[in-house]
Design a protein around this ligand. Structure first.
Ligand code: NAG
Ligand code: NAG
Length: 328
C-alpha cells in the first residue's frame, strides 16, 4: 500500500518536471552571472526569437538587446517578477498587449528603443518603480495617444527618451516632479509650447540638439529658452525667427500654475521621504523608550508593594489605608 503511494508520488513529481526541462533545452544561449550583486542574464546578440522561459526566477537584469524578438507577453514575463532592468533594444517588436508589463512592480529601467512598436501599453506609465524609459527610434509609435490614455503619469520617471520618433508635437506629460532628463533629439520638425515643459519642475537636461523646433507663437522661442535658463536646465540653443526685443517675457497663467503644482508635489514627496528616513526611526525609538519606561514604573511599583507588605506583616497597625495611598 505504502509502496504504491510512493510510486504514484514519484510518477506525479517526475511528470511535473520533465516537460519544463524539455522546453528549457534550447535556451542555453543566455549567460547568467552575478554583476554588481544582481543576477543578470546576458542574452545580447544571440539570434533569439522567443522570450527565454528558463532563466532563474530571481534574475534582476535581462539584456535581450540586438535579437529577433517579435513579441513579448505578460506570460513571458510572469516568471520574472523580480526583474529590475529589462533591455529589449534593437529587436522586431511591433504590437505589445496592454497588459504586457502589468506585473512588473519593481521594474526600474525599460529599454524598448530601436524597434517598430506601434502600440505602446499605457500601463507602462503607471509602473510604481519605473525610473528610466527608453522609447527612441520607434518611428511609428503611438506615444502621444498612449500617454494621453495613461494620464496622469504616476511612475517616478527620472529619464524619458523619445528621440528619433518622427514626432511633430510633444506628448502631454502633465506633472512629472521626478523627471531630470528629457531626450527629444532627432525629431526633425517639432512644434513646441511652454505647456510641454511647464510641469517638469525638476528638469536638469533637455536633449534637443539635432531637432528643429517650430512655435505657434513665435515669441515662445524666447519664452521657452528664458524659462529653461531661469531654471538652469541644460539645452541646445534654438534659433528664433523673431528678435528677442520684440518679445516681452510672457508665460501663460495656466503654465505657471502647472509649474507650481509640480513644485508642491515635489515638496510633498520630499516631506514624505524625509518622514520615511527620519520619522519612522524616531517613532520606533519613541515606542521602545515608552515601553522601557512602563516596565521601569511597573517594577518600581511592585518593589514598593513588596516592601509595604513586609512592613504590614511586621506592623498590623498601619493597615491597608497607607498601602492604598502609596499605590495610587
Ligand atoms: C539621447 O538620444 C540619442 C539618440 O537616441 C542618444 O544618442 C543620446 O545619447 C541620448 N542623450 C542622452 C543624454 O541620454
Ligand atoms: C547632442 O549634443 C551632445 C553634447 O551636448 C553630443 O554629445 C551629442 O552627440 C549630440 N547629439 C546629436 C544627435 O547631435
Amino acid at each position: 500500500m505504502v509502496y504504491c503511494k510512493v510510486a504514484v508520488l514519484i510518477f506525479c513529481v517526475s511528470s511535473f518536471f520533465v516537460p519544463t526541462e524539455e522546453i528549457c533545452k534550447d535556451e542555453s544561449s543566455c549567460v547568467e552571472r552575478k554583476t554588481h550583486g544582481l543576477w543578470s542574464a546576458d542574452c545580447y546578440n544571440r539570434n533569439i526569437r522567443e522570450f527565454p522561459s528558463c532563466l532563474r526566477s530571481d534574475v534582476k537584469v535581462i539584456d535581450l538587446s540586438y535579437n529577433r524578438l517579435r513579441k513579448i507577453t505578460r506570460e513571458d514575463l510572469s516568471k520574472y517578477t523580480n526583474l529590475q532592468f529589462l533591455y529589449l533594444s534593437d529587436n522586431l517588436l511591433s504590437r505589445l498587449e496592454d497588459s504586457t508589463f502589468q506585473d512588473m512592480d519593481i521594474l526600474i529601467s525599460l529599454d524598448l528603443s530601436l524597434n517598430d512598436i506601434s502600440a505602446l501599453p499605457p500601463d507602462i506609465f503607471q509602473l510604481p518603480s519605473l525610473k528610466k524609459l527608453y522609447l527612441g527610434q520607434n518611428p511609428n509609435m503611438n506615444i502621444i495617444e498612449s500617454i494621453k490614455k495613461a494620464s496622469p503619469i504616476s511612475s517616478p520617471l527620472e529619464a524619458i527618451d523619445i528621440s528619433f520618433n518622427g514626432l511633430k508635437t510633444l506628448p502631454n506629460l502633465g506633472i512629472m516632479p521626478h523627471l531630470l532628463l528629457y531626450n527629444i533629439t532627432g525629431n526633425k520638425a517639432i512644434n513646441m509650447k511652454v505647456e510641454d515643459i511647464a510641469g517638469l519642475c525638476n528638469l536638469k537636461t533637455l536633449v534637443n540638439n539635432f531637432t528643429t523646433v517650430h512655435f505657434d507663437n513665435p515669441c515662445d522661442c524666447w519664452n521657452i529658452q528664458s524659462w529653461l535658463q531661469e531654471r538652469k536646465v541644460n539645452f541646445a540653443k534654438m534659433t528664433c525667427e523673431i528678435q528677442e526685443q520684440d518679445c516681452p517675457y510672457n508665460i501663460p497663467k495656466e503654465d505657471m500654475q502647472l509649474y507650481q503644482e509640480c513644485k508642491s508635489k515635489q515638496s510633498e514627496l520630499k516631506t514624505k521621504s524625509l518622514f520615511m528616513k527620519i520619522g519612522i526611526p524616531v517613532a520606533v525609538v519613541a515606542v521602545v523608550l515608552s515601553l522601557l519606561l512602563i516596565y521601569f514604573l511597573y517594577k518600581r511599583r511592585k518593589q514598593r508593594r513588596l516592601r509595604l507588605e513586609n512592613n504590614d506583616s511586621q506592623n498590623h497597625v498601619i493597615g491597608g489605608r497607607v498601602e492604598d495611598d502609596c499605590l495610587l
